[in-house]
Design a protein around this ligand. Structure first.
Ligand code: PMT
Length: 221
């Protein structure tokens, strides 16, 4: 028989970068490819979950069996996530821009001889923190990612507490790693019960192992 331990469960996954407009033709973004988040959405769907994947712009095909909601900005991602509730589990793998351009121009900025424009930034909503504090609408299991440089486990442990999620998957994104955009990932799964450091694996294998951990969690609660 097919192994479908998440049948009847609803999952919400975020993936990819956000694009924050400067003007109609320019934006601020980051190097996320969506590979890790899309792989997680696909892995949860293979275990039987009904998956909504809220994704920023990527070059990837939609993972089989997932309802994909394309967005561009952090604020659109938050609205799409809230519309996808209720969910049993949320996994936030997106690299959401922390800041957007305040008062983005609706006309193309021009070189008018007055020197470069000054871009003022405004803080974006934090989707992971919002889902973690969603009261009655809070998914039973909220999983964040932490993209860190330096002391990866310590900073990710602090981030888990600050954002209020249940689990956090920490990965090293220092210069020289290809965590952003590459095929492999080296992660630490941080839970209340402790830290599991996984060997370097393909992002599909990280996703499959994380989906199995989610399934095991729901089997024991
Ligand atoms: O897309 P790939 O090329 O496959 O790369 C994968 C990845 C490196 C993007 C992924 O593994 C990863 O680490 N994703 C999280 C990236 C990130 O922005 O981390 P952070 O430490 O800045 O954010 C912490 C958590 O808060 C994340 O779950 C993030 O989705 C969430 N967040 C952050 C800011 C914000 N405004 N809203 C959020 O929900």
């Amino acid at each position: 028989a097919a192994h479908k331990p998440l049948a009847g469960r609803r999952a919400l996954v975020t993936s990819g970068p956000t694009h924050e407009p400067i003007d109609p033709v320019r934006y601020i973004a980051n190097r996320s490819s969506g590979k890790q988040g899309h792989a997680i959405a696909g892995a949860l769907a293979r275990l039987g979950a009904a998956v909504t994947l809220v994704s920023g712009p990527t070059r990837l095909p939609d993972p089989p069996g997932c309802a994909v909601v394309p967005i561009e900005t952090a604020r659109e991602m938050l609205a799409a996530c809230e519309a996808a509730l209720p969910a049993d589990v949320a996994v936030c793998a997106a690299a959401v821009a922390d800041w957007r351009v305040a008062g983005a121009s609706d006309r193309k900025l021009k070189k008018d001889g007055g020197g470069p424009p000054a871009l003022a930034l405004a803080e974006n909503p934090d989707i992971l923190a919002t889902l973690s504090k969603a009261g009655e609408r809070r998914p039973a299991l909220v999983v964040g990612f932490a993209a860190e440089t330096g002391d990866v486990v310590a900073t990710a442990t602090a981030k888990r507490a600050r954002k209020g999620c249940d689990w956090i998957v920490a990965n090293d994104v220092s210069l020289g790693t290809t965590t952003f955009g590459g095929a492999d990932n080296t992660v630490h799964l941080i839970r209340e019960s402790g830290v599991e450091s996984w060997p370097t694996m393909g992002k599909d294998a990280v996703a499959a192992r994380l989906a199995e951990a989610v399934a095991a969690h729901f089997q024991t609660v």
